[in-house]
Design a protein around this ligand. Structure first.
Ligand code: PEP
Ligand code: MN
Length: 360
C-alpha cells in the first residue's frame, strides 16, 4: 500500500470536529428494536449506525442473527434518521446482499480476518465498489495477518479503508474480554499513520463499566474513532448483553471524554506529549505485569529449593544473569550502571520472595 493518505479521504471528507462514532446494537433483533435505538441515537455524534445481521457465535445453538430481513430494517434507519448504516460481512453472499441493500459501510469481523481464504473471497466480492470497508484485528495478536487482510482489499481496488482494534483473545483470564495489547495498535499506526483506526471498546472490555476508560485511552493514543455497542435495554440484549450501553449513557460517555483539539500553538507540544505519555503508561503496565510474573516463577523455585533443602543464593547463576543482561542492555542503549541497579533490585525481590516461601 503506497498512498495511504487516499485511503482516509472518506473520513476527511466528513469534516468532523470530533472522533468518528459508530454505534448501535451488537445484533439486530427486531425491526422495533433497531428503529428505537436508531431514533435514540439520532441527535448525537453518531455518524454510522451499526447492527450485526449475521452473528458469529462461539458455540452453535445461540442466536445467530436475523439474516437478510435485517438489511431492510437498516434501510429504514437511513430513511427515518439520516444516519448511515453498517454491518458485518463474512462471505461473498453477505457482501452481495449488503451492497444490494445499500449498506454504507461494511466491517470484517475478527474471526474472518484470521482467514486469508475468507479475506480473499470478501475482497473479490467487493472489487469495484466504493463502499467503506473496516477490517477488525484478527482474534490473535498478529499484526502481519491484520495488515495482510487490509492489503487484500487494497489490491482488489478498494480505496475507502480503515481498521478496527477490538482486542485479542488470550488463554489467561484478564480483566478484559479481549486484551487491548495497545503496543500492537501503536505499531499499526507507526506503519500506516494515515489509515483510519477505530477503537471498539465494547469487544475489548466485554463490560459496560469499562467503556469510558478504554475509549479515553484510545483517544489519547490518537485513534480516529470509536465503535460502541448500544442498546435501549442492554441487560436483555440477545447477544453481548454485558457490554452494551444505552444511547443516553453513550452520549454522556462522549461528553466526558477529553478530546484533543488542534487549536492553539501550545497544542503542538501538549498533544504529542499526551500521546507519548499514554504509550509510556502502556509500557509501564506491561513492566509491572512482567515483574509480577517473574516473582511467581521465583516463588516456584523457592518451593523446589525448600523441598531439596538447597540454599537460596546461587552466586554462579546470579553472575551469569548479570553478565548477560549487561550485554543485552548495551545492545538496547541501556547503561551498565542502570542494568546493575535494576537487576540487583529485581534479584533482591526474588530472594525476599524465596525466603518467604522457605521460612514461612
Ligand atoms: C461485532 O462487532 O459484533 C463482532 C462480532 O465483533 P468481533 O468480530 O470483534 O468479535
Ligand atoms: Mn458484539
Amino acid at each position: 500500500m503506497e498512498n495511504t493518505k487516499e485511503l482516509r479521504t472518506w473520513l476527511d471528507d466528513m469534516n468532523l470536529d470530533h472522533p468518528l462514532v459508530i454505534a448501535g446494537p451488537c445484533s439486530a433483533e427486531t425491526e422495533e428494536q433497531v428503529l428505537k435505538i436508531a431514533h435514540e441515537l439520532k441527535d448525537s455524534d453518531v455518524s454510522y449506525f451499526r447492527a450485526g445481521i449475521w452473528k458469529p457465535r462461539t458455540r452453535p445453538g445461540m442466536f445467530e442473527g436475523v439474516g437478510e430481513i435485517g438489511l431492510r430494517w437498516l434501510k429504514k434507519v437511513k430513511e427515518e434518521t439520516g444516519m448511515k448504516t453498517c454491518t458485518e460481512v463474512a462471505n461473498a453472499a453477505h457482501v452481495k446482499l449488503a451492497i444490494e441493500n445499500d449498506v454504507d459501510l461494511l466491517w470484517i469481523g475478527a474471526r474472518s480476518t484470521v482467514s486469508p481464504f475468507i479475506m480473499q473471497e470478501i475482497a473479490d466480492a467487493l472489487a469495484g465498489t466504493d463502499k467503506i470497508v473496516l477490517v477488525k484485528n484478527p482474534v490473535n495478536p498478529d499484526l502481519a495477518l491484520w495488515l495482510g487482510g487490509i492489503e487484500r482489499l487494497y489490491t482488489a481496488g478498494i480505496k475507502n479503508l480503515g481498521a478496527i482494534h477490538r482486542g485479542f483473545s488470550t488463554y489467561e483470564k484478564t480483566k478484559y474480554r479481549n486484551t487491548p495489547e495497545w503496543q500492537l495498535a501503536i505499531e499499526f499506526q507507526n506503519k500506516f499513520p494515515d489509515l483510519p483506526l477505530i477503537n471498539d471498546p465494547s469487544h475489548i472490555t466485554g463490560n459496560r463499566e469499562m467503556i469510558q476508560e478504554v475509549s479515553q485511552t484510545a483517544l489519547d493514543l490518537n485513534f480516529d474513532g470509536l465503535m460502541v455497542e448500544t442498546h435501549f435495554d442492554p441487560a436483555n440484549a440477545w447477544s453481548d448483553a454485558a457490554q452494551q450501553v444505552t444511547p443516553t449513557k453513550l452520549k454522556s460517555i462522549m461528553e466526558d471524554l477529553t478530546i484533543k483539539k488542534l487549536t492553539d500553538t501550545a497544542a503542538s507540544y501538549r498533544e504529542p506529549l499526551e500521546s507519548l505519555r499514554a504509550q509510556i503508561n502502556v509500557v509501564d503496565d506491561q513492566l509491572i505485569d512482567l515483574l509480577g510474573k517473574r516473582m511467581q516463577v521465583a516463588d516456584k523455585i523457592g518451593g523446589l529449593k525448600k523441598e531439596q533443602n538447597v540454599a537460596v543464593l546461587q552466586s554462579r547463576r546470579w553472575n551469569e544473569i548479570l553478565g548477560k543482561m549487561v550485554l543485552e542492555g548495551d545492545g538496547k542503549g541501556l547503561s551498565e550502571e542502570f542494568i546493575l541497579k535494576l537487576f540487583k533490585a529485581i534479584h533482591q525481590e526474588s530472594i525476599n520472595h524465596q525466603e518467604k516461601i522457605i521460612n514461612g
